[in-house]
Design a protein around this ligand. Structure first.
Ligand SMILES: NC(=O)c1ccc[n+]([C@@H]2O[C@H](COP(=O)([O-])OP(=O)(O)OC[C@H]3O[C@@H](n4cnc5c(N)ncnc54)[C@H](O)[C@@H]3O)[C@@H](O)[C@H]2O)c1
Length: 366
């Protein structure tokens, strides 16, 4: 694939993330870089199809993704899957069968078996499978990675990742706004919905993959919903430990992350980042209280409050484009999507067994 070729895509599911995130980002990219065009959209909901047509007057709109693939695949390069997770695998398999690359929203799939079959199919079809792990593209998260890589805080030994939401994320009102609380659509609650973001960040910051997990969760509205709204897990890594806490019943919407190294620490509260670096004083056995820290504070606008994260999409699409150009069919991102699903589904088993610590495999595919 040449650098200048215009990539032609179809979007399946014109709901919140595609309507407010992906499509506006594609339109902006088409204007500024001219290397992408969305030629077709499928959605099962008529009102969403009407809105899709308004947003993209020249695109062909379908009610069934299978018909879209049948009619359009010869002019397509990729499919962008933005439906609820229950349909991700079926749509991705159908796209690979038509010889198309796949960009897929998180979580890749609700089950590990489906995730494995997608990775295998991508290899067989020689097409890229790429997950939307967009938190890596938040400006403040990019800064965290730069600081860790600079060595300023030394070796990272432990992490806390807290995600506070005052409600479950909602889908568009024209379809099933509360599908995230129904397991048959979502595959699980906040861990399935948001866990991937938390877990791929732990992989990055601890520079490896966890070997065990213990988890606890609860559902404060069991009479209404069959998925968890609070979830806590501790992950054991070869080089450290990570604590993840995710809640849909918080009093505020924000993330608070801490990254502890042996020479300093990073604390992030949405856009506000504090870097504390130990001042060298007297070797490893200095007395209690003798160590001081140099503290630097910065604000890095990352638009956390905009749940569509439209401003992070272009940088993610750059990576997808590079994977297509390089024939990197199942790269690091796809493997990490698989590991995220393994982690989430194993965490559910741990919680069901009274927080029993369960092993995680770091082997993905031979
Ligand atoms: N990466 C992120 O930051 C982020 C943010 C929000 C949502 N998401 C993900 O995006 C996906 C969609 O979430 P959403 O919030 O946009 O949901 P949504 O309910 O707003 O939109 C889903 C759309 O898909 C349509 N749909 C459902 N099944 C379909 C099918 N089989 N074929 C075609 N259309 C179908 C619905 O009619 C609806 O318009 C989920 O996987 C979610 O986890 C990711």
């Amino acid at each position: 694939m040449s650098n200048s070729k215009k990539l032609r895509g179809a979007v399946i599911g014109y709901g919140f993330i595609s309507g407010k995130g992906h499509i506006p980002a594609y339109l902006e990219r088409a204007k500024t870089q001219g290397d992408v065009e969305i030629i077709a959209i499928a959605d099962i909901c008529e009102m969403r199809r009407n809105q899709a047509q308004e947003a993209l007057p020249h695109a062909r709109i379908y009610s069934d993704y299978k018909v879209l693939l049948e009619k359009e695949s010869s002019s397509l390069d990729f499919v962008d899957i933005s439906t609820p997770p229950c349909d991700h695998a079926a749509i991705a398999h159908a796209a690979f069968d038509k010889g198309l690359h796949v960009l897929c929203e998180k979580p890749l799939t609700p089950t590990l078996e489906e995730a494995k079959s997608l990775l295998e199919h991508a290899i067989k079809a020689q097409k890229v499978l790429f997950p939307c792990h967009n938190y890596k593209h938040a400006p403040v998260v990019k800064t965290i990675r730069d600081i860790i890589q600079s060595g300023k805080i030394g070796r990272v030994r432990s992490l806390t990742l807290n995600t506070y939401r005052n409600t479950h994320a909602k889908g568009v009102t024209e379809w099933k706004t509360n599908w995230r609380r129904e397991k048959k659509y979502s595959g699980g609650g906040i861990a399935m919905d948001h866990g991937s973001h938390t877990f791929y960040l732990t992989f990055d910051w601890l520079g490896g993959y966890p070997t065990a997990v213990t988890a606890k969760m609860s559902n404060l509205e069991p009479q209404k919903y069959d998925t968890e709204d609070n979830f806590t897990a501790v992950l054991t890594f070869p080089t450290g430990i990570a604590h993840a806490h995710l809640t849909w019943t918080a009093g505020v919407r924000k993330v608070i992350y801490t990254i502890q190294g042996d020479q300093g620490a990073i604390t992030v509260d949405d856009d506000d980042l504090q870097l504390a670096v130990m001042k060298k004083s007297g070797g490893p056995d200095v007395a209690q209280g003798a160590v001081t820290w140099e503290v630097e504070k910065q604000t890095i606008q990352s638009n956390w409050m905009d749940a569509s994260h439209v401003s992070w999409f272009n940088s993610l699409f750059d990576q997808f484009k590079t994977a297509m150009q390089n024939g990197d069919f199942v790269g690091k991102e796809a493997k990490e999507a698989y590991l995220c699903i393994q982690l989430i589904t194993t965490a559910y088993q741990s919680a069901a067994q009274g927080c029993k610590e369960l092993p995680l495999s770091t082997e993905i595919m031979n």
